[in-house]
Design a protein around this ligand. Structure first.
Ligand code: IMP
Length: 422
């Protein structure tokens, strides 16, 4: 197998970082293709925690080349800070970390706009406040700055000037907040560009050449399918293509197809920010899962909302990203709970619905639950209990694709591969 993708199958935070880290061991390139530093991929190695935001999880493996593709929105200051931190635990050089020259840059203006809209706008999305949405807006409206522009002051002045007068009106008249002048922002960005220039390259050609040489490529998704700008629970979504389709627009996979698309799903469901969540638990059990699972955002520190596993959502995720298998994470959190349920379908307007198609108003979807005998596994032995086997078999049978991996703890060795991958 030469090409594989790891995609969040829920609302993000499924434990993709851990799975990517494990598969990166056998990969030559690990490639991010969408999103930005709104992501928070937590990886534990020998009890030490590392959180990656925009740098691909392959960076912890010295033999891997980590690639930030052109579909990513990159905040240069955050990138350099993250790089500095990672260099204390891993050897990172311009040889093993590459940034696309055509990735979109997140500027101060984007961060200010994101914060102002969340604070003063008519509709709160609960964004991470990192400027992701406004940066993608500028990209689509052809006003964005690309990483290559950071290396050329004239381009920077010209490109920043394009949308500046409109933004100035918003900052001055609508939001009434201070904002940097073009000159200030050009100076800041140019300086950052000089610091990162050795990492910048044509990543499309790098990927193309690597495929021709038979290298193994792992595409690392950020966020989750239900947060996709087109397939997600709009408007409570992020602004990028988080489904597998984002790979084709955000990094390229020249003359090739994805051979394995692993959807990572928690054994339960979580969500941060606003938006519908049919299986959400508002009681003590939800609070218990939140505490036990340490369900706190790795990027924003916000508490995550928690609920039971939602099969109709996963069925939709499988269809919208052509997932070939599931990696089920955090099974240990469900062990020893007083009760255990899975939502196998919804009732919508008196009708039973098996798949969360976008036409369904999730706010009005009543989850139908199946009860399971709570399992009590401590995972110290390789054999799992009959109760856990029943729980996992139900998931696999309901989804129609195999559970290829399951994880029962944060560390690299707390995982079982049921399928030979790579
Ligand atoms: P934005 O991506 O900062 O614009 O936020 C839009 C929505 O996506 C909000 O509900 C965020 O909480 C959510 N979101 C963005 N990144 C992540 C992530 O990495 N994990 C979980 N939710 C995320």
């Amino acid at each position: 197998m030469q090409t594989m993708a790891i995609i969040g199958a829920q609302w993000g935070d499924e434990g993709k970082g851990k799975i990517t880290d494990l598969l990166a061991e056998k990969s030559d390139l690990v490639i991010r293709y969408q999103g930005g530093h709104n992501a928070g991929h937590t990886i534990w190695v020998n009890g030490q925690k590392t959180v990656l935001h925009v740098i691909p999880s392959g960076v912890l493996h010295p033999h891997c080349t980590s690639v930030i593709g052109h579909g990513v929105v990159l905040e240069p200051e955050n990138f350099l800070n993250e790089l500095k931190k990672i260099k204390t635990v891993a050897k990172v050089t311009p040889e093993n970390l590459k940034v696309s020259a055509t990735a979109t840059v997140i500027t101060q203006y984007h961060k200010l706009l994101d914060a102002a809209r969340e604070a003063q706008g008519p509709e709160k999305i609960g964004t991470t406040g990192k400027g992701i949405g406004p940066a993608y807006e500028d990209k689509i409206s052809r006003r964005a700055i690309k990483v290559k522009d950071l290396l050329d002051k004239d381009s920077l002045i010209r490109r920043l000037g394009v949308g500046h007068s409109e933004k100035a009106i918003l900052f001055k008249n609508l939001y009434q907040i201070d904002f940097p002048s073009i000159e200030e922002e050009v100076e800041r960005l140019y300086k950052l560009g000089q610091e990162m220039k050795d990492y910048v390259c044509d990543t499309f050609s790098l990927i193309d050449e690597s495929l021709a040489k038979g290298k193994r490529l792992l595409y690392e998704g950020a966020q989750g399918i239900l947060l996709d700008i087109d397939y997600g629970t709009y408007p409570y979504v992020t602004s990028s293509s988080t489904t597998a389709s984002g790979i084709f627009t955000g990094a390229g996979i020249p003359n090739h197809k994805l051979e394995e698309v692993i959807g990572v799903a928690k054994a339960y469901t979580t969500r941060v920010g606003e938006g519908p969540f049919p299986t959400e638990l508002f009681d003590e059990l939800g609070a218990l899962i939140q505490t036990k699972g340490n369900e706190v955002g790795a990027t924003t520190g916000r508490k995550r909302r928690c609920g039971w596993l939602d099969i109709p959502l996963l069925r939709y995720a499988i269809k919208s990203s052509q997932l070939t298998s599931i990696a089920l994470t955090k099974l240990d959190i469900l062990s020893n709970l007083p009760e255990l349920k899975i939502c196998y379908a919804y009732e919508v307007n008196g009708q039973k619905v098996d798949c969360a198609y976008p036409g369904i108003n999730l706010q009005h979807a009543k989850p139908l639950f199946k009860d399971f005998t709570p399992f009590k596994d401590d995972f110290s032995e390789s054999k799992i209990s009959n109760d856990l086997n029943t729980y996992m078999s139900f998931i696999q049978d309901s989804l129609g694709i195999p559970v290829s991996i399951y994880a029962y703890g944060p560390d690299r060795n707390q995982v079982v591969f049921k399928k030979n991958l790579f």
